[in-house]
Design a protein around this ligand. Sequence first.
Ligand code: ADP
Ligand code: ZN
Length: 753
Amino acid sequence: MSEPNGREIIKAGRRVGVLLPLVFRDAFDYRVPDGMEVKAGDWVRVPFGRKSMWGVVWGEALGEVEENKLKSIERMAAHLLPMTQKMRAFIDWVAWYTLAPRGMVLKMSVPVPEALEPPKVEPCYVAAGNMRGQMAERETTHIKSTPARLRIASYLSDGVPRTAREISAQAKVSANIVRECIKAGGLVQVEGIASLPVLPSLAPLPAPPALSPDQQAAAALLSAKLGAGFSVSVLDGVTGSGKTEVYFDAIAHILERGGQALVMLPEIALSVQWLSRFRARFGFVPVVWHSGIGTAARREAWRKVASGEARVVVGARSALFMPFSKLGLIVVDEEHDASYKQEDGVIYHARDMAVARARHEKIPAILVSATPSLETEFNISQKRYAHVHLPSRFGEAEMPRVLLIDMRKEKLPSGSWLSQPLKAALLATVTKGQQAMLFMNRRGYAPLMLCRTCGHRFQCPHCTAFLVLHRARGRLMCHHCGYECAVPKACPDCSHENTVIPYGPGVERILEEARALLPDARIEVMTSDLIDTPAKAEQLVMAMIEGKIDVLVGTQMIAKGHHFAGLALVGVMDADMGLAGGDLRAGERTYQLLHQLSGRAGREKAKGEVWLQTYMPEHPVMQALLAGDRDCFMALEADMRQQADMPPYGKLAAVIIEGRNEREVAEFARMLVRAQHKGNTLVASGAYQDHTPLILGPAPAPMSLLRGKYRYRILIKATRNFALQEWLSTWLLARKPPASIRVKIDVEPYSFL
Ligand code: ADP
Ligand code: ZN
């Protein structure tokens, strides 16, 4: 479908294509009714099935609907800004790249349908007369606490009418108190609509920190890119070198120019420290966007982003699809983080899509990391991305000392996981009044329950996975589908009682061992199942910052960007764990995780120590961490990938075929591969590049059963210049699976399960 030139007016009587936020690839045809004119990008209400819904005028009609069946647009959305041409082009591109239905991509940009409804005109209030006085008078009778009411009074002291909701949010009082004030006559309703929240005032900014010469140089390189069209810069610096400080400087410049900035963080729900740092630097709170915020907050955020009123958005992956009107900069912090890969629905990598969005918006993107991904390093080497380097930690802080503990030589008694040297270091650290962290990347108490008599292992009935013992909850749980059950007394196989034992360590078991070793120390645990709200995470992080915790035991949650000044020791229980399995990026990821984890230690005065317990001390990952030689390790990884023609040197796609009936799934997968072998002659005849890709499979996926569905996998390997998307769509989109089967296409897969 072609885009009408610019915003060409489409007059009444003509047909247009309207894209709906549903699982469809193409726009649907509608007639522009009498008395209406539309342009591409306009939001319009159209009948669909028995309902009606909002969609976007996408361009010319496909002309597939017969004239007598053609329906008309119901109305235009006067209250919604048209979707920009750049945003529409971005959505088209994402749909092309991921092979996802375009309507699904549109849906990601409208995460709550309510965002599209016209705003309700809410009543607004001002403070009555001398509210302060009235309040004080009533205090003696039935209104008790005054601080809340005084906050309302001072918030409304400028005389601007505001909604009850705004008053409650901004004056930080409960909705109930506002209602009471209205009833008591302290707040008076006035004519008019809700005031627009005031723009953050940029004038009284606190003085930004003086940048070091290295930081200044980096900041200058970045600010030279602002306003100069599309570019990608990689801000590469060791943990604690001041990368955040440097990209804050770029954000400050964009704000001065009146633009918007988008900052992507991998674990936004955990980013309490980041948010308070931002507020301290800029004097306002950015719009926070992630799946955990409520519908009302989403709706409001979405509108303020569209109007340009929200100046800075910080969010997880989905923030990329917000309708920014004045976007001037995208920052992707911790760009190497695997959680940027979205694995359900539209399967995409948010870092790559951020670069694509920047390209469509013609603005700079900054990718930030202490351990840039191999993909990013490759782009630097190809001169596509600029390299901006911060070589050392800020101030006097030094990089921590890394030590390896050869676990083959540690003869640990069974049920014990802390080696002697680590125990000694832990004791010494806590005795000195310093803080320590113990890392074990496995939730629960034990990864496997085993019958000592018959060897029975407890498996999830819906997945190819063992059930994990969570002793704190007294349950066995599947980490893939959420299935859980009570811990059985007897073995279901041999019926013996009291023979079922936990096997192997999980983080709860490490906690138990640490508590036994240091009975007087304050030891806490941080995992996503136990710390499941941002508030709980904040509490724990604050306790750590304030020195109220001696030892923090946790999973990857503790590796993320925290800055704990008193942290002197990091112990990694099982440094090799990530190296097992056939994952393409296993080495790279393990290196990044362990590097990031060790980056938590010794960030201020205390010199940090990192102890890695490993069964493979000679492994290149361990040796690189020991020597602090990232570049050497990455060069080795790059070599291996290049020799195998693996990404980023070649292209890869995974096709997952899922369904409840294993035979059907296997048959459909085989049919797909057969169809391609026939089609190959056509492909080779010159329509595409000269090579045909390599098709591996079909084979049962390593997780051959997941949430009750059988899974087969086909891998496609092609050279870098191969037109993979066109080839995949010709192959797959024409072959509709039966209703019982789903085909998922994953371009550049990160998960090989
Ligand atoms: P990174 O993002 O590279 O890990 P940060 O920006 O978090 O580094 O900086 C590490 C610490 O050093 C933070 O506490 C930060 O406030 C401090 N810091 C960095 N640069 C400066 C500076 N120029 N002036 C004052 N403090 C700084
Ligand atoms: Zn399961």
